[in-house]
Design a binder for this molecule. Structure first.
Ligand code: MF3
Ligand code: CO
Length: 261
């Protein structure tokens, strides 16, 4: 069942979304060689609490940490810990926060220092795929229109959509209907209507699309060890078009610039 939100509920989600975005920016300010992902997690948790919100992830199905931090060949759900950030790392910061009973979910992948041109391209394609998906989140379109837009961008660039992981509705619950896959057919799937709130989140690999879960029960790695990236926004479907509830703040100008979001 898809739960549509009232305008007032969407405003609450936008306030949660601003905190999610600010948390990503705050963590990014501390993301440099020599820090551990565990230290970044503590920084994130303190920041979320300072904003009057709580981490949605902590305790969700037993998840142990404030946020997910996924380095290199980790696609999603990396548990922060002893990983020491190094020059050349590709690090995804994924932040769900709850405020006044509503959740916003957002993720962004950063390169630490210099990465090779293929990884630069992977990051760019990930941002473009998210933007393309959001661009289809109009009243009257279908989920498949969003999914297909993401898939086309990723595959045209020669990268892989990770198919076993999907975006989702979000609201009072972290994961609501509908599923929002990153591949699919235009014109298929549930119809988008006023008040739906969905997390659109391309997860893409430089190499093959297959993934596996680690013994910790959370961390999802690419099978081939290739680098993965993940970009996510919580989006409201409104009569005036898609509204990003987690707009980026405080990121380097070259990323904030132009169509990249
Ligand atoms: N934020 C993730 C998503 O995009 C969900 C993380 S669940 C957790 O759906 F428990 F690992 F935090
Ligand atoms: Co999500």
């Amino acid at each position: 069942m898809i739960i549509r939100k009232t305008p007032a509920e969407i405003e609450t989600m936008a306030r949660a979304g601003a905190i999610s975005a600010a948390t990503i920016a705050h963590v990014a300010d501390h993301l440099r060689p020599g820090i551990t992902t565990g230290e970044l997690d503590s920084i994130a948790g303190e920041f979320i609490r300072s904003q009057g919100a709580v981490s949605t992830s902590k305790g969700y199905n037993g998840y142990p940490s404030e946020i997910c931090i996924s380095p290199n060949d980790v696609v999603v759900h990396g548990i922060p810990g002893s990983h020491l950030v190094e020059d050349g790392d590709v690090i995804t910061i994924d932040v769900g926060v709850t405020l006044d009973g509503f959740i916003a979910d957002s993720a962004f992948t950063f390169a630490v220092g210099a990465v090779d041109s293929k990884v630069e391209r992977l990051l760019e394609v990930g941002r473009q795929a998210l933007a393309a998906g959001i661009g289809k989140a109009h009243v009257g379109n279908r989920v498949g229109d969003v999914s297909n837009a993401v898939q086309l961008i990723v595959e045209a660039a020669g990268f892989s959509v990770v198919r076993s992981l999907v975006g989702h509705g979000v609201g009072r619950h972290y994961h609501e209907d509908p599923h929002v896959p990153n591949f699919g057919m235009p014109g298929r799937g549930p119809r988008l209507s006023e008040g739906m709130t969905i997390a659109i989140e391309p997860m893409i690999a430089a190499g093959k699309p297959e993934v596996h879960i680690a013994d910790d029960g959370w961390t999802i790695f690419t099978d081939d060890g290739s680098t993965a990236v993940h970009f996510e926004h919580t989006v409201a479907v409104t009569e005036s078009g898609p509204r990003i509830l987690t707009p980026r703040v405080g990121l380097p100008k070259e990323i904030e610039h132009g169509l990249l979001r």
